[in-house]
Write a protein that binds this ligand. Structure first.
Ligand SMILES: C[S@@+](CC[C@H](N)C(=O)[O-])C[C@H]1O[C@@H](n2cnc3c(N)ncnc32)[C@H](O)[C@@H]1O
Length: 307
């Protein structure tokens, strides 16, 4: 049987970078980049649930001519440590000149400095305690871990007048693994996996939301905000030439393990049947046969109340 703690979440987050890059909605990303151009510099940006820092590097690429003060927050100190070291190493490899002093990573870029402070704490508590502090809030693959409406109210509180919030890769209720291993079991597994998201407590004591993407579209106006741009950002992971891009085979093993662990806790499927299902899925990955789809939305917002 696969051990629940056998897989590394840190490696999973690093492996999903190529998946996210393919998935991110270009129209919404372009609207976000245009929105950044209208902000007075330096741009104060807070990232909620920053993981190993994937978005730090993406936003570094997107803001070549913009001075940025970036606060990257994750509740897990081991991920914050990985982000602090990993981002410094990777930007150095790309020819930037990082300097780490006073707990701040300064990335030299001629006229436009980019500074990152990594913090290990509850990011929503941080925003609640720092009202009207940020021009921009970013939360990637995060809102499905929360009560969307309560999280939005906290994000809106942390924004300065005229600020924007960008929510890429927000899960929205479809998980599909192909080809089927057991046609009768598949829809039950998908349904119960999403049900576990909706009933399991996460950091901050909230349960998650397996349809966070679509809920955003109504929760933003309900909290007095405006959706500026929205679009699909589905994960599509499929074999090419019998294998997967980068470390995406690991990404898939982790996903299968996550589903197996959720269903084991759910207890509605016989343990032997579940084990056999997961083993067959892991074999499909090894054979370069598994296709995985997850439906997600990217949403860009502004709260006129804070404008
Ligand atoms: C699915 S991961 C996404 C990480 C990163 N945004 C990415 O896309 O690679 C969600 C992250 O949110 C963090 N997290 C969950 N609740 C949090 C909270 N209340 N405050 C800060 N981080 C939190 C978790 O530790 C985890 O790293």
């Amino acid at each position: 049987m696969t051990e629940p703690d056998h897989y590394s979440f840190r490696r999973y987050l690093d492996a999903k970078r190529t998946v996210d890059r393919r998935a991110r909605n270009r129209r919404v990303a372009d609207a976000f980049r245009r929105g950044l151009e209208g902000v007075d510099e330096p741009v104060d940006l807070c990232e909620v649930g920053a993981g190993t820092g994937a978005m730090v590097e993406t936003i570094l690429e997107w803001t070549a001519d913009t001075e940025v003060r970036y606060t990257a927050i994750d509740a897990d100190p081991t991920l914050v440590e990985a982000a602090t070291e990993g981002v410094a190493d990777r930007v150095a490899d790309r020819g930037h000149d990082p300097d780490r002093s006073d707990g701040v990573l300064r990335i030299g870029r001629d006229e436009t400095p980019f500074e990152v402070e990594f913090r290990a704490e509850d990011a929503l508590a941080h925003l609640a305690a720092h009202k009207e502090t940020y021009d921009v809030v970013v939360a990637q693959a995060f809102l499905d871990l929360t009560d969307v409406r309560a999280a939005l109210e906290t994000v809106a509180d942390g924004l300065r007048p005229g600020g924007v919030a960008y929510f890429p890769i927000t899960f929205d209720g479809v998980t599909s693994l192909l080809p089927p291993v057991d046609a009768e079991l598949e829809s039950h597994i998908e349904r119960r996996f999403h049900r576990r998201m909706d009933t399991t407590e996460k950091v901050g004591g909230e349960t998650g939301d397996s349809t966070a993407g679509r809920h955003l579209l109504t929760a933003v106006p309900a909290t007095g905000g405006r959706v500026i741009a929205a679009g699909g950002s589905d994960w599509v992971v499929r074999p090419t030439d019998g294998g997967y891009e980068g470390d995406e085979a690991y990404f898939l093993h982790h996903i299968v393990d996550t589903i197996e662990s959720a269903l084991a806790a759910d207890g509605t499927i016989d343990a032997g049947q579940l084990r056999a299902w997961a083993a067959a899925r892991h074999e499909q990955i090894e054979a370069g046969e598994l296709v995985y789809l997850a439906h997600q939305l990217d949403v860009l917002t502004r709260w006129p109340g804070s404008a």
